[in-house]
Design a protein around this ligand. Structure first.
Ligand SMILES: O=P(O)(O)OC[C@H]1O[C@H](O[C@H]2O[C@H](CO)[C@@H](O)[C@H](O)[C@H]2O)[C@H](O)[C@@H](O)[C@@H]1O
Length: 895
């Protein structure tokens, strides 16, 4: 986990020099004012109407910063901070992230008194680190020798910390260790006693493992790769945008280095029985890196941000490595179904892995994928709300804004959070609803980020414009705080609001809206049942499902209407909506989220371990012969290729089976207590030809679409031929499209399936890409036709979902039972069932056979896998086809 991202260097905001009075500007713009490079002030949304008198389209004009902008002090935290304690006096003292950690702090003599005071407050005495100052040896010396203490961090993922702490408080988590980076540069400390002391203190007093990486790696990782590439792409700031950095990967190596540093730390400290949880997009490679070193590790990964559609994700230059890192986990969690679905689709497209609704089938392992939304910690929130400081702020606000309706918000000021869209919508609302001017105030708290000042400028422009139009001595329509507020003020703000407005363009969840709903119970003199205006692009929106006023932040008209609706809503409706939403908030808490994740990981890990080939015993011939001898009615279902014969070219007809295979089958069939079926993906006529010399053998063709009973001359078509005809039409169109783009590939048509072969393609790499695209295209387009495409080695197999080897096996079993007569419905037709196979489709047959043993239906069940995959089978055979034939031969010799 990454409990805290370090405080970074700060910027000083500079006031823009000119002020424009709206009326004048309307007359004279743009000729009187100089354009400013890189600033594109947003237009007033006009809903197709003319701008109101006095409104300016400020394209290219200089503007003043908003009246309420408070500039950030040029100072940086240098304290080492433990996970946030929300009651910490520094909560909300969120500082900017430095541009680079490569420069070290200046000596105290360079720092003015106020900075020294600030630095003291933050834990490191007398030292600050303005990033503008260059580094020198003497700076390093001062820094390395300065006093230090560990203080709580404000940065990082508060929702995660709260959830873990709540689970621990409730006694559900006995022992845990955070692994994270320090909130300070550490180059200057390398090789010093200080570094060791810091590490020791973390370990002994806090049960935390600090990860040390070079300042350059850290900066390249966080400020560059994370914030400029992953963050925008994961939030759909798509690389089509000319300013996007998604194609650049110069900072990739820093991302790899920091992930490796985390993985190394984990591996070094890992003990048998430990569970490893890796959180969020900063550490996507860690699961794979740890798995490499500890193949048996129990690893969970949770992504807190959105996972974009595969069309967006595939633009990342390092897409393959990122996915391979993630699938190192045993369980991958997302907040909502949409993100999980995107991830599954992306893996099936880019990793050529089979995606099922439950996860990813890799060649040798299965990775479970779930969605489980995080929640808040109502218990600690309640306690904090009782603090006198919160009450004091509620009283102050009530008095200050008496008679006014309040819309509130607290967001990071980056594009993704949609502050700009919110302000434009609010502006439109005031333009359209004059009766509300003077009656409503929007309080927007904006946390600074490392994003460019363009957004700052754009947002400031709108605030200035709205305020200069409708403010008077006693009223200001927008209160814009470009700084964070302390926790007590935050809780007071949520309590006193009439509406919360969240307009994120994308957001993993949005726990502010949960906290808001929790604070809207009318207690402590706060307001009651305020409305929630919530972007439909947040994870939270899909959980709230209707109780909120759901908006598309890009639709300013809709947002403006939502503001009106929120402010004018009848009490009864507000209460009804609030009750519905509160129920959701209180039933999905952070602690239940965390506990569910933990128990889910335990479950899937045990399941995967059970299927792990290395933990499945080898088939022992002794007990097998005993089971065989004891039984009188035996059914054997044996896979063909890879099991009874070695793999041949799938698209070529094999004229005969090796004589040895035919002999073994004939020998077994001499015993009339044996019923044997061979199952295969091949066509009925091929199987007829292959086994014409084995009489009384049953056959399953095309993976379960055709069945030929023992002793019969005719095939039964299990699949519905009309249905097959209909999907084949659609699928052929898609396959042809990809065939035309893949020289050397070919399509094979079977009766119930289609296969796109690309093993002999001229350019194998590009053919593989076409093939994976083709598979996901079919899976997206034809799901309703009950057909799926499975990427296999060198081909894509398209076959029906409803007829499989398992359905054929079930049919054989029930036919055998019905041959026993009408009174035998509860009697098993066999007392020995053996299934042998090597492929993925055989796994489901193993599962079905095992279940017949588990529910007591069949006394002796033997399931044997030959593959190196994780398996459902109860035994494995490592000697391949000859091992199978040898085993069957031994059984045939038993009288
Ligand atoms: O800004 P970062 O240091 O890179 O961290 C990213 C954000 O992490 C947290 O938000 C994310 O997790 C929340 C809880 O699961 C989820 O509600 C939110 O949508 C995610 O973005 C943290 O709360 C943010 O402040 C960080 O920006």
């Amino acid at each position: 986990t990454l409990p805290g991202t370090p405080p970074r260097g700060a910027r000083t905001e500079k006031a823009q020099p000119a002020l424009i009075k709206p009326e004048k500007a309307a007359e004279s713009a743009p000729s009187l004012f100089q354009p400013v490079a890189n600033i594109t002030p947003p237009h007033t949304p006009t809903e197709g109407q003319k701008p109101l008198t006095g409104f300016v389209n400020e394209d290219g004009l200089r503007v003043l910063p908003p009246l309420d902008t408070t500039t950030t002090a040029a100072t940086t935290a240098t304290g080492i901070r433990a996970p946030a304690d929300r009651s910490s006096p520094t909560w909300g003292g969120r500082l900017d992230q430095p541009m680079s950690r490569a420069s070290s702090p200046p000596p105290p003599s360079l720092i003015d008194a106020s900075l020294q005071h600030k630095a003291k407050e933050l834990g490191r005495q007398g030292v600050t680190q303005p990033s503008v100052l260059t580094r020198s040896e003497s700076h390093d010396r001062v820094f390395a020798q300065a006093d230090w203490k560990i203080v709580n961090a404000d940065q990082g993922n508060g929702g995660l910390r709260n959830a873990v702490e709540a689970a621990a408080r409730e006694g559900n988590l006995e022992e845990y260790t955070w692994v994270g980076t320090l909130g300070m540069p550490t180059d200057a400390l390398q090789g010093t006693q200080q570094l060791q002391d810091i590490e020791d203190k973390f370990a002994t007093e806090y049960d935390m493992l600090p990860v040390f990486c070079s300042d350059k790696d850290f900066d390249g990782h966080y400020s560059h790769y994370c914030k400029q590439i992953l963050w925008p792409v994961f939030h759909y700031q798509i690389p089509d945008n000319p300013k996007s950095k998604a194609y650049e990967d110069h900072s990739w190596k820093f991302y790899v280095n920091v992930n490796q540093a985390f993985a190394d730390k984990i591996v070094k400290n890992w003990k048998k029985g430990d569970t490893i949880w890796v959180h969020d997009y900063h550490l996507l490679l860690v699961p794979g890196m740890v798995r490499k070193k500890i193949p048996s590790a129990k690893i969970g990964f949770f992504l807190h941000v959105a996972f974009p559609s595969s069309e967006i994700f595939r633009c990342l230059a390092t897409r393959q490595q990122l996915l391979e890192g993630m699938v190192g986990a045993n369980l991958i969690g997302f907040h909502i179904h949409e993100y999980a679905r995107h991830f599954l689709q992306t893996c099936s497209r880019l990793l050529s892995a089979e995606a099922t609704p439950d996860g990813i089938q890799l060649e040798d392992r299965f990775v479970d994928v779930i969605n489980l939304p995080i929640g808040i910690d109502p218990v600690s929130l309640s306690l904090h709300r009782e603090e006198p400081e919160v009450q004091k702020w509620i009283d102050t606000m009530r008095e200050r804004y008496a008679g006014k309706k309040l819309i509130v918000a607290r967001d990071k000021l980056d594009h993704v959070r949609g502050v700009r869209q919110k302000l434009l919508s609010y502006e439109l609302f005031l333009n359209r609803n004059p009766e509300w001017r003077g009656q409503v105030v929007l309080i927007q708290v904006a946390l600074s980020t490392s994003e460019k000042s363009e957004l700052d400028a754009a947002v400031s422009d709108i605030v200035t414009r709205v305020n200069s139009l409708w403010a008077n001595l006693a009223y200001q329509p927008v209160v814009y705080l470009k700084q964070d507020i302390d926790y007590a003020q935050y809780l007071a703000l949520l309590s006193i609001a009439d509406a919360l407005m969240i307009t994120s363009q994308r957001e993993g969840m949005n726990l502010t809206s949960h906290e808001y709903l929790f604070c809207q119970d009318g207690k402590f003199g706060g307001k009651k049942h305020g409305s929630l205006i919530l972007s439909e692009f947040t994870g939270t929106a899909s959980m709230f499902n209707g109780g909120d006023l759901s908006v598309n932040p890009w639709d300013y008209n809709q947002c403006a209407r939502a503001i009106k609706q929120a402010l004018e809503m009848e009490e009864e409706e507000k209460t009804r909506r609030w009750e519905q939403l509160s129920k959701q908030v209180n039933s999905h808490t952070g602690s239940t989220w965390f506990m569910n994740l933990m128990s889910r990981l335990d479950r899937v890990y045990d399941e995967q371990l059970r299927q792990d080939q290395t933990s499945v015993p080898r088939l022992s011939i002794g007990p097998l012969t005993q089971q065989y001898k004891r039984s009188q009615r035996r059914l054997m279902i044996l896979d063909y290729e890879g099991t009874l014969v070695n793999w041949g070219p799938v698209n070529k007809i094999i004229p005969v089976s090796p004589q040895r295979t035919l002999d073994v089958l004939n020998d077994l069939l001499l015993d009339d207590r044996n019923t044997i079926y061979v199952m295969s993906g091949r066509r009925p006529e091929e199987l007829d030809r292959l086994f014409r010399r084995v009489s009384n053998l049953g056959l399953i063709a095309e993976n379960g679409c055709f069945l030929k009973d023992c002793g019969s001359n005719t095939w039964t078509e299990m699949a519905d031929s009309d249905q097959i005809r209909s999907w084949k039409e659609s699928v052929k169109g898609i396959l042809t499209y990809y065939l035309e783009r893949t020289p050397g590939a070919e399509i094979e048509e079977r009766r119930c399936s289609l296969i796109f072969h690309y093993k002999s393609a001229e350019d194998y790499e590009s053919a593989m890409r076409q093939a994976t695209d083709c598979a996901s295209h079919i899976n997206d387009a034809c799901e309703e036709q009950r057909v799926h495409a499975i990427p296999l080695d060198g081909c894509v197999l398209v076959e029906p979902i409803d007829w499989t080897k398992t359905t054929a096996a079930q049919r054989i079993f029930s036919d055998l039972r019905s041959h026993m007569g009408p009174d035998a419905t509860h009697i098993s037709p066999v007392d020995f069932l053996m299934v042998v196979g090597d492929g993925r489709e055989d796994e489901k047959v193993f599962k079905w056979a095992n279940s017949l043993h588990e529910d007591g239906t069949v006394h002796e069940v033997v399931t044997v896998s030959l593959g190196d995959r994780n398996t459902e089978a109860k035994a494995t055979l490592t000697q391949g086809v000859s091992g199978v034939l040898l085993t069957l031969q031994k059984l045939a010799q038993i009288a």
